[in-house]
Ligand binder design. Structure first.
Ligand code: DC
Length: 217
């Protein structure tokens, strides 16, 4: 199986690039962040704090994550409900980052991610794919950009979805989330020594995709 692992901080362009790679290579794309977002949505709906590991853990057995759609336009379902748009709301980002610190949540999702990677040619993006989920993946990349550039991109993306936020607020949220994701105890965001680092600050999407493809061909 071809497994392409892409990690990096939020807003670095991982999902846009991963979709392009999946399309060009005719393989599946797995957005692992969407899985953490889906768990966060369920926990919030239950009125439970995303920081309360003891209360979150028993909820995991009530969560069934499934997909519909084709390899490139996958919709994520929470217990049968298509939550693909709901999980993109801005408040879910921080909730996902918080819930992802709970080891039981990570183990629950990592199991699913490894199974998908065993059975499919897949490009996966996330925070711990190169370091923890698939440390032996043949292709490993760490995609980054300055926090200012990532905040600009995130503002634009949210605006396109009708969610308008101040740039300063988004920049602060991005910096906080970087810290939350990199400083957690279990499987934090790190660049592994064998990952190819790409700073996308001054690159176009196509330039990044072509650069990654140059290693894969
Ligand atoms: O990629 P994203 O912004 O949709 O991810 C949301 C949060 O989920 C992110 O801030 C941290 C967590 N996450 C994680 O811990 N591990 C992953 N492999 C993917 C996401």
């Amino acid at each position: 199986m071809i497994n392409i692992a892409i990690d990096g901080p939020s807003g670095a362009g991982k999902s846009t690039i991963s979709k392009i790679l999946a399309k060009k290579l005719n393989i599946t794309y797995l957005d692992t962040g969407a899985m953490y977002r889906t768990v966060a949505l369920y926990v919030l709906r239950k009125g439970v704090s995303v920081n309360d590991a003891e209360a979150v853990e028993p909820l995991l057995k009530e969560i069934n994550i499934s997909y519909t759609g084709d390899a490139l336009d996958k919709h994520i379902h929470l217990n049968g409900e298509d939550v693909s748009s709901l999980i993109r709301e801005h408040h879910i980002s921080k909730a996902a980052s918080d819930v992802s610190k709970i080891p039981a949540v990570r183990l629950f999702l990592v199991d699913m991610q490894r199974k998908i990677a065993r059975e499919n040619d897949v490009v996966l993006d996330g925070r711990d794919i190169t370091s923890y989920v698939l440390p032996d993946a043949k292709y490993k990349f760490f995609l980054t950009a300055t926090s200012e550039e990532r905040a600009l991109r995130r503002c634009k993306e949210l605006k396109e979805k009708g969610q308008v936020f101040e740039y300063d607020q988004i920049l602060k949220d991005i910096i906080d989330r970087d810290e939350n994701d990199s400083k957690r105890a279990f499987a934090p965001l790190v660049k592994t020594p064998d990952s190819i680092e790409i700073d996308s600050t001054k690159m176009t999407i196509d330039e990044v995709a072509d650069y990654i493809l140059s290693f894969i061909k």
